[in-house]
Design a protein around this ligand. Structure first.
Ligand SMILES: C[S@@+](CC[C@H](N)C(=O)[O-])C[C@H]1O[C@@H](n2cnc3c(N)ncnc32)[C@H](O)[C@@H]1O
Length: 276
């Protein structure tokens, strides 16, 4: 059972992100073994549909030669798929160990990806309006204390009218207790956290250990409002997927797996939420 920690984003974000970074650095080797057992990273440059859904591929269209940034790139499967589609991809992650493994894999695949170590809430190493597409998701926001700051940095590096794609694990799946064959609510849907865990570096097993890990449970409304407040307009919101994996710990059949948001950065700098 995790602790819920009293939280002030201004004073605690850096400490929380530093702890999560340390855990991801420690966990990178096991995460890479997980990706090896799936084997997708080797295939996704030729088979992007393994890691990008039909709607993502439709909205991306022909991205050959386009500048694409992936935030919280992790196993970099999406990065390799986008590079395989011909984009010039920049892969951003807070963990140097994750990036080192990805850089080695990118070399093995013969892809020319750029790697940047940065916190998604501070992308000062990347210039304003320097990307045609920004992609993020696949369990990234759960580690981030400031969703609004994260998405506003994503929009800042995007050119006007550039495409913003968020594809996150669906918030409805985050509230359940690990209970085997029954559904017991452990976290109120509106409780964002942070939830504090003491875990080992074996991220695939989730065993107790000496590493602090902090998680946030953002709601559907949080994702949509952060996208709008960052100065983007919505093109598509979708909830899809029905698979339930062993690691999920509860029989979540019937709940959507993914929340997909596809948006474009507004050309004018008005914030639609000002009027709400
Ligand atoms: C579960 S992975 C998500 C990426 C991919 N879907 C995957 O499964 O590997 C989470 C990644 O987010 C990164 N991350 C966590 N907090 C971050 C932050 N504040 N800024 C940038 N990256 C962060 C971690 O280092 C990790 O590589």
């Amino acid at each position: 059972m995790p602790l819920t920690v009293p939280f002030d984003v201004r004073t605690m974000k850096d400490r929380i992100h530093a702890a999560n970074r340390k855990r991801w650095d420690a966990a990178a080797r096991r995460w890479a073994e997980g990706a090896d057992s799936r084997g997708y990273w080797k295939r996704c440059p030729q088979e992007p549909e393994l890691v990008l859904c039909a709607k993502e591929l439709e909205y991306l269209g022909d991205i050959s030669g386009k500048r694409v940034c992936v935030l919280g790139s992790g196993d970099n499967q999406v990065v390799f798929a986008l590079a395989g589609l011909g984009a010039a991809v920049t892969s951003v992650d807070i963990s140097q160990n994750q990036l080192d493994i990805a850089a080695q894999r990118s070399k093995t695949l013969g892809l020319g990806v750029s790697f940047v170590r940065a916190d998604v809430t501070n992308l000062s190493r990347l210039a304003d309006a320097s990307f045609d597409v920004v992609y993020t998701g696949g369990h990234v926001a759960v580690w981030v204390a400031d969703l609004a700051g994260y998405y506003s940095e994503a929009a800042r590096i995007l050119r006007p009218n550039g495409l913003y794609i968020v594809n996150e694990y669906h918030p409805f799946r985050r509230i359940w207790q690990e209970s085997g064959d029954s559904m017991i609510v452990e976290f109120g849907y509106l409780k964002r956290g942070p939830f504090e865990y003491d875990l080992s570096d074996d991220i695939l097993r989730g065993e107790a250990g000496p590493l602090k890990s902090y998680e946030f449970h953002w709601t559907v409304a949080d994702y949509l409002n952060a996208t709008l407040r960052a100065g983007c307009r919505l093109l598509l919101v979708d909830e899809y997927g029905e698979e339930v994996c062993d690691w999920e710990g509860a029989p979540m059949h019937g709940l959507p797996e993914f929340l997909l948001i596809i948006a474009r950065k507004n050309v004018e700098s008005t914030n639609p939420c000002d009027k709400i």
